[in-house]
Design a binder for this molecule. Structure first.
Ligand code: PLP
Length: 400
């Protein structure tokens, strides 16, 4: 009998780990690898967040915290929802966790059971379907093509809904495509959801501030107040404030769902570390100018990489509207032969070819539910974006 629980075979570890392992192997052989794989902004933690932690330590206030977050943390999240989206949540409608990831995990674990369906537009963040499977539910993947900028059309949502649909799991801007739904596009999806009152919405707004070219961010509960009672609005400090390592996420939503998410957390990690909450409170409630400056810097780096990838033979991509990634089609390379005679059969072959031949690491599209594509992150030093882009062009030109 297998020692490990059956639930362990229901889901897989992160597929980007396979490429990461190969990168480590090549680096151990002394090869210089240009990594266009980063999933985290590279700016320092804001000074006011660091100072808040120093003050906390000096006051010696590092104890267990309430499971749903300190009152000050929930007040900060309350202020954020009000300030940025005009959304009103009571303090008993807010909970904090160790990252947006834990918040999403709690939400699914607390509500999804066998037979429940969760609609996930693809390309998706690789964790979504596996979290649903781990919770015992069924991911219903809706493929959203490049011809509609990787966005789900209202009729696709309508078609995916069944009597068993429990959640729409949604994110904008999206990892891996940067697809960003405008208020009008969100409105059209909201109209479908209004016709199906049994469907709840869990929206992962973690990339909210990484949005380019003056676009406007919108979230479901804000766009359609009639969805407020069935929407869990999730966010965190990882991407907005470049605070990935602090591990702090939060959600606002219906009281009963939030209470059960918190109950879930009470038997796993308990309350988030006091230092992470102190840092997050300062970042959320402090001056927000830093967020705009950093987004402008990321937009500049997006443009550098986009220009390079657009000029590569066999690749085709659109300018991402948000997040930190370009999701690029490598359809024009499929069936081609590498200089050492191997045939590129899929996006995994293509990304491995880039890594082995020119030492550039990107992540294969299959990890995000759509092929043949790859995800290239533009969170890298500018010189790496230029050199990495040139090397990708060279590798593509060498295919026959
Ligand atoms: N949601 C999406 C779409 C992400 O891409 C990521 C991280 O890459 C997360 C959530 C995780 O966020 P956090 O660091 O707050 O757990």
């Amino acid at each position: 009998m297998d020692f490990f629980a059956p639930r362990m075979s229901r889901f897989k570890p992160s597929p980007s780990q396979v490429a990461a392992a190969r990168v480590r192997e090549l680096q151990a052989e002394g090869r210089k690898i240009i990594k266009l794989t980063s999933g985290e902004p590279d700016f320092p933690t804001p000074d006011n967040a660091k100072q808040a932690v120093i003050d906390l330590m000096e006051r010696n206030e590092i104890w267990y915290t309430p499971i749903n977050g300190t009152q000050a943390m929930r007040e900060a999240a309350q202020l954020k929802f009000r300030r940025d989206h005009g959304l009103e949540y009571g303090l008993d409608q807010i909970t904090a966790g160790s990252g947006t990831k834990q918040i999403l995990f709690n939400c699914l674990m607390a509500t999804v059971s066998q037979g429940d369906e969760v609609i996930i537009p693809a390309p998706y963040w690789a964790s979504y379907p596996d979290m649903v499977l781990l919770a015992g539910g069924t991911p219903v993947v809706v493929s959203c093509g490049q011809n509609n900028q990787f966005k789900m059309r209202p009729e696709q949502l309508e078609e995916a809904i069944t009597k068993n649909t429990k959640w729409l799991m949604f994110s904008s801007p999206s990892n891996p495509t940067g697809a960003t739904y405008s208020p009008v596009e969100l409105r059209a999806l909201a109209d479908v959801l209004l016709r199906h009152p049994h469907v709840h919405i869990v929206t992962d707004d973690v990339y909210e501030h990484l949005i380019f070219d003056g676009r406007e961010f919108a979230t479901f509960a804000q766009i359609e107040p009639r969805l407020y009672d069935r929407t869990v609005t999730c966010n965190g400090v990882s991407k907005a404030y470049s605070m990935t390592g602090w591990r702090l996420g939060f959600a606002g939503g219906p009281k009963a769902i939030i209470a059960n998410m918190s109950k879930m957390q009470s038997q796993s990690t308990s309350g988030v570390s006091a230092v992470a909450q102190a840092a997050a409170i300062a970042a959320i409630t402090g001056p927000q100018e830093i967020v705009r400056e950093r987004t402008a810097n990321l937009q500049h780096r997006r443009d550098i990489l986009y220009k390079k990838l657009s000029a590569a033979k066999g690749l085709s991509c659109d300018l991402p509207e948000g997040a930190m990634y370009i999701f690029c089609s490598c359809a024009g390379t499929i069936g081609k032969r590498t200089p050492d005679g191997r045939v590129i059969e899929n996006d995994t072959d293509f990304t491995m070819y880039l890594l082995d031949s020119v030492g550039v690491a990107v992540v294969q599209g299959v990890a995000y539910g759509l092929s043949p594509y790859f995800r290239a992150s533009f969170v890298a030093p500018e010189e790496d974006l230029v050199l990495g882009g040139d090397l990708i062009q060279q590798a593509c030109a060498a295919l026959r």
